[in-house]
Design a protein around this ligand. Structure first.
Ligand code: PHE
Length: 453
C-alpha cells in the first residue's frame, strides 16, 4: 500500500491498492452504524432520498476534486493547499483548509474510536453467547449496561486507538491491503445474509416502506443538513483523507472511474445495512429513533435467533471493527503525514502525538454516555456536539472550499488533465457540478438551517 520506506511520501503499489484503501476509508461505521440510526431519527424515506441526491450531485464531484488536489500536489493536505495556491497564484489563506481538515479528522476519530470500541467489545459478547435466544429487552439491557460503564468503554476505546496507531506506524503496508481485499466481499456476503434474515421477519415490507417511501412532511431543515453532512462523512470527504490517499495515487489512474466505484460500493453497503436493520426494529416493536445504540440493540436479536447466528455474530462484529479500522487510519493520516513531512517527526512520534491527543478527547465521548450524560451544551451531549460540529459543519465547509478551489481557482487546463475523463462532456458536467451546483447546494442548506431562507 503506502510505501513509506523509500521516500517520505510514498505511492500506492497499484490502482487496485488505491481503490481498496479508499473504499476501506469510505466504508465503515458511517455506513453500518450511523446511516441506519440517523435515518431512523430523521423519519426514513425522505431523508434517504436527500442523502442519495447529495452523494450524487455533491459527494461524487467533490470526491473527484479532492482526489485530484491530492494527486496534483503529491503532499499532505496542509502543504497541498500551499503548493496548489502558489501554482494558481492565489491567496495564501487557502492553506487553512488543510488545517481545518487535520483538526476535523482528529475530532471525528475521537468519537469514532469509542464507537468502534463498542463493535470490538461486541465480538467478545457474541463469542461468549450473550445473544443466544435473548429477546429484544435482554439485548437492550445488555447494551444499556455496557455503555453505562466508563471503565469498559475506556478499555475498548484504548484498544482501538492502539490498533489504529500500530497500523499507521507500520506504514499500512501489506497487512491492511490484504485485509480490505477479503473484508469487502465478506462484508457484502454477511450483509446479504442479514437481509435474508430480515426477510423472514413479518416486518420486512414495513422496513422497506420506512426506508424507501418518502414522506417529506418529516423533513426538517436540520434533517436536510444531517443528510448532506452524512454524504460527506460516509465518503470521507471534506477533511483531507481522500486528498492524502489521492496524493499517493500514480498518475496513470483514472480518477473519475475509481471515484464512481468507491462511491457506489459505499452506498450499497449503507442501503443493505438499512434494509437489514429496520425490519428487525419493527418486528420487535423497537423504535427507529433510538439513537446511536440502534444496531447494537437490533442485530444481536437476529444473531440470537437465527441458525448459525453465533458464528455470524462473531464474524459481523469482527468485520465491523476492521471496517472501522480501515477508516480510522485515514482519519489520522493527514495529521501524521503533516507532522512527518513538515515538522520532522518520525512516524512513531507523529502517531503517538496525534493518537494520544485523540485518545484524550475521546474520553469526553465516553463520559457523555454515562457519568456526564446530563452535561449538555446547546441541548447536546459532548458526543452529539462533536458529531454535529464535524459532520454537519466542518466537513461540508471543507467540501465547499474544495469545490470552490477546484472549480474556480485551479486552472481548467490542470484539472482537465488530472481528471482525464473518458468523454469530454464528463469534464464539463463535473465542472458545472463542482463550480456551481455543489457549492450552491451546501450554501443554501446552511442558509436554510440558520433561518435566512
Ligand atoms: N467514511 C467513514 C465511515 O463512513 C468515516 C470517515 C469520515 C473516514 C471522514 C474518513 C474521513 O465510516
Amino acid at each position: 500500500m503506502i510505501d513509506t520506506n523509500t521516500t517520505a511520501h510514498g505511492k500506492w503499489s497499484s490502482r487496485y491498492a488505491y481503490i481498496l484503501a479508499a473504499t476501506g476509508s469510505a466504508v465503515g461505521l458511517g455506513n453500518i452504524w450511523k446511516f441506519p440510526y440517523i435515518t431512523g431519527e430523521n423519519g426514513g424515506g425522505a431523508f434517504v432520498l436527500v442523502y442519495l441526491a447529495c452523494v450524487l450531485v455533491i459527494g461524487i464531484p467533490i470526491m473527484m476534486a479532492e482526489t485530484m488536489l491530492g494527486r496534483r500536489s503529491q503532499r499532505n493536505p496542509i502543504e497541498a493547499m500551499e503548493i496548489l495556491t502558489k501554482e494558481a497564484n492565489a491567496d495564501s489563506h487557502w492553506h487553512y483548509l488543510g488545517w481545518m481538515g487535520v483538526i476535523a479528522g482528529l475530532l471525528i476519530l475521537s468519537y469514532y474510536s469509542v464507537v468502534a470500541g463498542w463493535a470490538s467489545a461486541y465480538i467478545l459478547k457474541a463469542f461468549t453467547g450473550s445473544f443466544v435466544d435473548a429477546d429484544a429487552s435482554a439485548i437492550k439491557t445488555l447494551y444499556a449496561d455496557f455503555i453505562s460503564s466508563p471503565i469498559q468503554l475506556i478499555f475498548w476505546h484504548t484498544l482501538f486507538m492502539l490498533a489504529t496507531m500500530y497500523i499507521v506506524v507500520k506504514g499500512v503496508k501489506n497487512g491492511l491491503e490484504k485485509a480490505v481485499q477479503y473484508l469487502m466481499p465478506a462484508l457484502f456476503v454477511l450483509m446479504f445474509l442479514l437481509v435474508a434474515y430480515a426477510m423472514t421477519t413479518n416486518s420486512y415490507f414495513q422496513g422497506l416502506h420506512f426506508l424507501f417511501t418518502p414522506d417529506f412532511s418529516k423533513l426538517t431543515s436540520n434533517s436536510v443538513l444531517t443528510a448532506m453532512g452524512h454524504a460527506f462523512f460516509t465518503l470521507s470527504l471534506g477533511m483531507g483523507a481522500i486528498m492524502v490517499y489521492g496524493s499517493y495515487l500514480p498518475k496513470d489512474v483514472s480518477i473519475s472511474k475509481t471515484v464512481f466505484m468507491i462511491a457506489g460500493a459505499d452506498t450499497i453497503v449503507a442501503l443493505l445495512a438499512g434494509i437489514a436493520i429496520f425490519p428487525i426494529v419493527f418486528a420487535n416493536n423497537l423504535h427507529p429513533s433510538s439513537g446511536p445504540g440502534l444496531i447494537f440493540e437490533t442485530l444481536p436479536i437476529a444473531f440470537g435467533a437465527m441458525t448459525g447466528g453465533w458464528l455470524m455474530g462473531i464474524l459481523f462484529f469482527i468485520m465491523l471493527s476492521v471496517a472501522a479500522l480501515t477508516s480510522s487510519i485515514s482519519l489520522i493520516e493527514p495529521a501524521v503525514a503533516w507532522l512527518v513531512e513538515n515538522r520532522g517527526f518520525t512516524r512513531e512520534k507523529a502517531c503517538i502525538w496525534s493518537g494520544g491527543v485523540t485518545w484524550l478527547l475521546g474520553l469526553g465521548t465516553v463520559f457523555s454516555f454515562n457519568v456526564w450524560s446530563d452535561f449538555k451544551v446547546f441541548d447536546r451531549s459532548i458526543f452529539q456536539l462533536l458529531d454535529y460540529l464535524t459532520a454537519n459543519l466542518m466537513l461540508p465547509i471543507g467540501g465547499f472550499c474544495i469545490a470552490i478551489f477546484a472549480g474556480w481557482i485551479m486552472s481548467p487546463k490542470h484539472s482537465e488533465a488530472e481528471l482525464d475523463m473518458p468523454i469530454a462532456q464528463g469534464y464539463q458536467a463535473w465542472k458545472l457540478l463542482v463550480s456551481y451546483v455543489a457549492p450552491a447546494a451546501v450554501f443554501f442548506v446552511f442558509l436554510h438551517v440558520i433561518g435566512v431562507l
